[in-house]
Design a protein around this ligand. Structure first.
Ligand code: PEP
Length: 249
């Protein structure tokens, strides 16, 4: 059985005090959820405080990134081991904003993935095409390449826990969403690409949809066979909306 997951990527939003308030609201609401794992990814500065808030709940903590080096003279970086030491369980890697604005390549991502696993963090690995690539019908090739260049380097044991997120760049923060049929088509394709390397294990991989997912469209998207939940940006900043999305299975 695949895990149903709803993960919130807070990006560079909220003050620590606002983040703690949001986390408390989520803890108060999470009891109403069945069979769905909630993950939140606040900014680095909030992680410890928020871990204290969600510690006894079933909400899991994620970071939005980690360093591609173990330790040392890398000003401004935060290592996977530092994150793990404060109770972080997941790390979002390969988000399109990191690929686009911070020039993250497959080479960097391979190093980050290895360090994440070495420190017991579970990566949520993001793939997805931009508008031009979608319009040119290249979305399959783009996602295949992003998977082959990084996920194919994992061991079978590492692959067992991997979470994948399909996030079409043209749908992130734009109010546009992939239709549920478009989501199903590419999620099934991604699972096929994973199956080519890891066989039947790919049936157990949770593949999340991300891109303007909201309470009003989550149910339709999550109803599709190969969509196992969502990676949520904007709507993760409002506790009621995030929980409403998590109730959409
Ligand atoms: C994201 O960036 O991961 C995301 C899905 O953002 P939004 O939901 O705001 O489109």
């Amino acid at each position: 059985m695949r895990k149903q997951i709803v993960a919130g990527n807070w990006k560079m939003n909220t003050t620590p005090a606002e983040g703690v308030k949001l986390a408390k609201e989520l803890v108060a609401l999470e009891g109403s959820l069945n069979n769905v794992s909630l993950i939140i990814a606040p900014p680095y500065t909030h992680l410890s405080m928020i871990q204290d808030v969600i510690g006894k709940s079933s909400i899991a903590l994620s970071s939005q990134n980690c360093a591609d080096e173990v330790k040392g003279a890398y000003t401004g970086e935060v290592s996977a081991s530092m994150l793990a030491s404060i109770g972080t369980e997941y790390v979002i890697l390969g988000h399109s904003e990191r690929r686009q604005y911070y020039s993250e390549t497959s080479e960097t991502l391979n190093k980050k993935m290895a360090l994440a696993y070495a420190n017991g963090l579970t990566p949520i690995y993001c793939v997805g095409e931009n508008k031009e690539e979608r319009e040119a019908g290249r979305h399959f090739d783009v996602c295949r390449k992003q998977i082959e260049e990084v996920v194919y380097n994992l061991t079978e044991e590492q692959f067992d826990t991997l979470v994948v997120a399909y996030e079409p760049i043209w749908a992130i923060g734009t109010g546009l969403t992939a239709s549920s049929d478009q989501a199903q088509e590419i999620h099934a394709f991604i699972r096929e690409v994973l199956t080519s390397k890891f066989g039947a294990k790919a049936e157990n991989t949770s593949i999340l949809y991300g891109g303007s997912c909201k309470p009003g469209n989550a149910q339709e998207i999550f109803s599709k066979k190969d969509v196992d939940g969502g990676l949520i940006g904007g709507a993760a900043l409002v506790a009621e909306d995030f929980v409403a999305i998590a109730k959409s299975f």
